[in-house]
Every structure is written in C-alpha cells, then in structure tokens.
Design a protein around this ligand. Structure first.
Ligand code: GAP
Length: 448
C-alpha cells in the first residue's frame, strides 16, 4: 500500500466544509442567518477545543510547581479598564465607505484612496478611533454609572488579584498565575473563520519575577517552553515562526516581545504573544486603586514590585491551527494496484476528539454487535472511544475525517479466538491483536 498527499496544503473552504459536515464548528445562530464574529463548537469541536485547553493547562500548570491556577470573573470593576489603559487606548482605526457603507480596519487596507469592496475612489471616511471593548450595563438602570465591560483579556483579573493569590498560595516570585477563559472584543472586521472573532478564549500565563537581572533569562525560557509545546503536539515546525518584535513594535514599557505565528492558508497569523511587561500593570493598578500590590518578602522584610513575563495564547486560533495543520488530502494505492482518495486529519493522539473507533463487521449480527459494544466500553477507562456501525469502508472514511488514530474491527474470528483487527490511521496498516493485550497495545500508542 502506498499513501501520498494529492494537494499539499488546505483551503479555508475545505476546512469550513469539513468543520460543518463532521460537527467541529458551526456558525452561531445559523437558523437566524448567523451573527458576525461568533461561532459554536459542535460535538467533536467541543472535545477538540477542550483537549487543546487541557494540553495547555497540563503543561503550564499541572506539570510545574511554580504556576498556580486562577479563574476570574468576566465582568470586573470598570476602573480596572481605566488603569489598564483599555478605556483610553484599546482602539482600532475605523473607516467607512460612504458609497457601499462597508466598514474596514484602516490598518487592513492597502490604500485609503479607494474602497476595496465597491472600488469607488475617495469614498472612504477619515480613520477614527473605535474602542474594541464590548459594553453592558449592570442592574436595572442603563446609564453611565451602570456601564461595565466584558473583559477584552483575562490577564487583568490576575493582576488585580496578585496579592490575594501570592498570600493564599504562599508563593514568592519567580512564580506564575494561569487562567483560561472567555474574552470579548468588538472587532471591526471579524474574519478568517474562527481566527478573528468577537468572543474567544484565551489561555494566559502571568509569570512574576524579581528584579534580580534574570528577567530576560525567564523571558527566553518561556519562549523555549512555548516552542516545545507546539512541537510536542505535532504542529508543523516549517509553518511556525517566532517573530521578535522590534522596539518600535513593542509598547514603550515592554523590554521584549515575541509573537508566535502560524502560516495559515491566507498567510502568517498570530497565535500567541509572549511579552516582557516590566512592572507596568501592577504599577497602574496600584496607582489608580491606591492599594499595595507589591510583594512583601517576610524573610528579608523588604518589598518590591515584580516584573511580569506574559504568555497569552488564543485557544480558538490554536484549535483552528490544529485542524488546518492536521488536514491532508491523500491518494492511496493498495497492494492490488487499486487507487482511492481520502481526507484525513492527522491529529496528535492527545488532541484527537476520538482516539479509538470500535465497529462490528456486520451490524445485523447480534453477537458481533454485543462484542464490539463490550470492547468499546472496556476501553473507555483508557481512551476516548466511539462505537459505530455500518459499511466498513464508510466507517474508516468517517474516522479518518475526524482524525481517529486507531480503529478496532470486531469480526467472526473475534468470536472464535478473541482477537481483533486494529487499523492505524496514518499508515492504514491493519494488525491482528489479542483481546487481552488490546488495552496495553492501544494505550502505549496513545500516550506518545
Ligand atoms: N493579555 C495580552 C493579550 O491579550 P493579545 O495579543 O491582544 O494579548 C493574545 O491577545 C492572543 O489572544 C492572540 O495572540 C490571539 O491568539 C488571541 N486573540 C486576540 N484577539 C482575538 C480575536 N479577535 N479572535 C480570536 N483570538 C484572538
């Protein structure tokens, strides 16, 4: 058997079609015509995204003894966003076309002389500031006193709680605080499927270090740790780059910044930003709140404001990356020379929504069906499994398209000697495995 890629790369049309067909991602409120910049995760997409978040959490929190967990509220005191600078400066430049009434982000346009949609010359307005924070109101009255914001990043919840957390967790810098949660931005032009949306999830690590001259070492260590994470989960290294921001591209208080970028079908796009933020955030909250957020060292009886290294990754963008990166159109020629094609998602086993598919050879044979059900249930403790039945070729096709690394076929021989056929998604090689060793066989391959 030989397997080769027919067309390298994938188009966004292929990704959105597969996402809908197989239940990964749907447009939000589709029956009402959808709503721009919002998406829903279907049965498989919800598991895929959860696996991506779990993989981040495992690496960033559970496998470390210097990072603690956190989960703050989405709506915070409005002063938070004054101190952070979001009220004054979280803007994009917006332009309108007076002719076709379409809106654009000024920095996404090649020229301000001509509308890219209707082609009309000199129809675009002067760029004006548009604040990206989503507003809501709290309580029964809708006035300026009740105005609140849906957080545009999760990080500020960590900063304002810095003291509560280090005191209760008994941590001293260097240590980090991690959280995963929803953020909202009223993007002017959401687009590229789930890449730029108005409601999304961020996984943020805020790592506080003493000002002892080792801050840049910590920054470099976090860039390396994040590189290793993407590589561990199989993201194609040739499509990933770690772009070092120039001093002009960084905020004035930041000593260093690196963007993690992936080569999407439309070009390079940011997955994550890693930033050295100095003491800017804690200073800003201390100044506006009048509360002390310095670290008090009991041992030396001294206090200092720690320096912050931040890693902020978008979980929707990372999930989309996993889908795009795994997608292959393949052509297969079997031993008899017969050719066929398939779509396959070559997910890392830890990310794959289903890890083992189990089927009976025939769905109208109660003995086979009962045995397949029992094998599938027996594997649940060790893997994410799915029982399915139907035409064998179609079953394999479907599991390939949803990225299931292993399929187990229960046939008549199983009823005689307990063995099953295990098919490997990537090589399509089938192996006869005894029922007794099936769990060990699969778990050793899934725990890569
Ligand atoms: N606390 C730092 C911060 O929020 P950011 O670069 O604005 O930094 C971090 O955002 C990450 O959040 C981005 O790299 C991206 O993955 C994700 N993100 C930001 N805006 C997004 C949007 N509109 N849609 C999807 N993901 C977004």
């Amino acid at each position: 058997m030989s397997i080769s890629e027919t067309t390298p790369g994938v188009t966004m049309e292929e990704i959105t079609a597969l996402a809908k067909r197989r239940g990964f991602i749907f447009q939000s409120s589709e029956i009402y015509g959808g709503i721009g910049g919002f998406f829903d995760y279907g049965p498989l997409g919800a598991i895929l995204k959860r696996n991506v978040k779990d993989a981040w959490w495992r690496e960033m929190v559970e496998l470390r003894d210097d990072v603690v967990a956190f989960d703050s509220s989405i709506i915070m005191h409005p002063s938070t966003w004054v101190a952070s600078g979001h009220v004054a400066a979280f803007h994009d430049k917006l332009v309108d076309c007076r002719n076709c009434k379409h809106r654009f982000r000024a920095d996404h346009l090649r020229s301000l002389d001509q509308c890219p949609d209707c082609g009309m010359r000199e129809s675009l307005t002067e760029p004006r500031n548009f604040n990206l924070m989503m507003q809501t109101s709290i309580g029964p009255l809708e006035d300026s006193a009740s105005r609140a914001y849906l957080r545009p990043e999760t990080a500020q919840g960590i900063f304002v709680n810095f003291k509560n957390i280090y005191q209760s967790a008994r941590k001293r810098p260097p240590f980090g605080i991690a959280q995963i949660g929803k953020s909202f931005r009223n993007e002017i032009t959401p687009g590229n499927f789930t890449f730029r949306v108005r409601e999304f999830e961020q996984a943020e690590l805020e790592f506080f270090v003493p000002d002892d001259g080792k801050d840049m070492r910590w920054f470099d260590d976090w860039v390396s740790a994040r590189k290793k994470w993407y590589s561990d989960y199989g993201v194609d290294a040739t499509k990933l780059r770690f772009y070092q921001l120039t001093p002009e591209e960084r905020p004035h208080y930041a000593k260093a910044g690196t963007d993690v970028e992936y080569l999407f079908p439309w070009g390079w796009g940011e997955l994550e930003s890693i930033a050295h933020r100095g003491t800017y955030d804690l200073d800003a909250h201390m100044q506006l709140s009048g509360k002390d957020l310095t670290f008090f060292d009991e041992a030396t009886k001294t206090k200092f404001t720690p320096i912050l290294i931040e890693s902020s990754a978008g979980m929707d963008r990372t999930t989309l990356t996993m889908l795009i990166d795994a997608y292959r159109n393949e052509s297969i020629t079997d031993a008899s020379g017969k050719s066929s094609t398939r779509i396959v998602l070559r997910f890392h086993p830890a990310i794959a929504p289903v890890q083992v598919g189990v089927f009976p050879l025939a769905r109208n044979k109660p003995d086979l069906v009962a045995r397949a059900h029992s094998i599938e249930q027996g594997l649940r403790a060790k893997a994410r499994t799915q029982y399915d039945e139907g035409n064998v070729g179609q079953l394999y096709r479907r599991q390939d398209e949803i990225g299931t690394p292993y399929c187990v076929m229960v046939d008549y021989q199983t009823l005689d000697d307990g063995t099953v056929t295990v098919r490997d998604r990537d090589s399509m090689v089938q192996e006869r495995v005894s029922g007794d060793s099936l769990t060990t066989y699969l778990s050793s391959r899934l725990l890569v």
